[in-house]
Ligand binder design. Sequence first.
Ligand code: GCU
Length: 411
Amino acid sequence: MKSIFCLPLLSVLLLSAEGREPKESDNDVIYDESRIPAYDLPPLLVGPDGKTITNAHAWETVRRPQLLALFSNLLYGRVPKPQHLLTQTYELVNENPEFMEGKATRKDVKIHFRNAKGHLSMHILVFVPNNATKPVPAFLKHSFNNTQGDDFDASSERPGMIRCGWPLGDFFDRGYGFCAVYQQDLVSHNETEFLKSVHKLFYPEGQSFPKAHEWGVLATCAWGAMRAMDYLETDDTIDHTRVAIMGHSKMGKATLWTAAQDERFALAISAQSGCAGAALWRRKSGETLKKMVTRFPYWLCRNAWKFMEQEDDLPVDQHMLLACIAPRPVYVHSSVDDTWADSRGEYLSAYHASPVYQLYEKKALENVAQPEPGKPIIESHVGYHTREGGHSINPYDWKCFLDFADYHFNS
Ligand code: GCU
């Protein structure tokens, strides 16, 4: 059955890709800490046999694989094996060594996916500072901006520094490359048909819609970033052992799922990722699973729908997703006015993931109290900051992200 026919069953149907404007149907949203229901988090360090996980080996061989399978089957959706051999090739479409008055080289690369079912391509942008004498560490951004555009070449708020909201000048001055994948190359923002998306290359005969446990939109974005990493491994201007995956909001959710699964990403930064990102499901604060499924039914897989208003039945919560990134450094960013993303829930997730970092004897969060706005936690494997203001990445946030990457990559 095409799941689109199930949609009217949802209590409120708001399929447009609107942003964060409150709606009348959102009057029930919990923002007040005193209204958060009591909850128990599922235990992070107890294996399927009931035994406590006491060391990194048991974490890696028993608990982490189990958790990844649960996130995959119940929330984000599994990427099926394509039924027809899928090839992946890279095409350098354009190379401009004069980017930003010769400060950096811009490369436009196309990744082509082909099999008997068809062809689809994904475009990635790679910027590398020209004064580098060896492969550079880089950020790979899950991006809302269409990477095919030339917006990055246009003049901007801080001429020569910020392009399309990205402080590229700061990256180059600090010796970093910057790469980006566009979220909509493989699947559209609020996909409901899955006929033109990359999914079509994976369907066996007779299938035309993902099964209940198969990949939703976020899992598709995550898969795309992993394919971009495949390319980066072939690009000798980038040090692929020092690539940080990052993203904001929806893309922050995709970032965490990417990093949890793919250990080639050396570090992860999720900015204001909220519901299905860093925020704990069980707090039901700000956006809930039901709110998300109502607006964006297929960001997660259809199995996730079963847990609407039943979050306490989930065998996982989002602290476990962050823990799956361990021992690689993870950074969570929130802001005071971004209540839809539940900044307290984002922090608590990072805090409750910390025991796994401690199994690796890595410094993590020790204080259940959130740090004050403007007091970033950088020198830790679990980093965090919150700041005054709303839902965006501003220059201060970028500086914290780069400081965190520098601390781990360069010190
Ligand atoms: C909506 C959605 C959020 C998401 C955000 C964004 O507000 O409900 O979950 O994070 O869009 O991507 O900006």
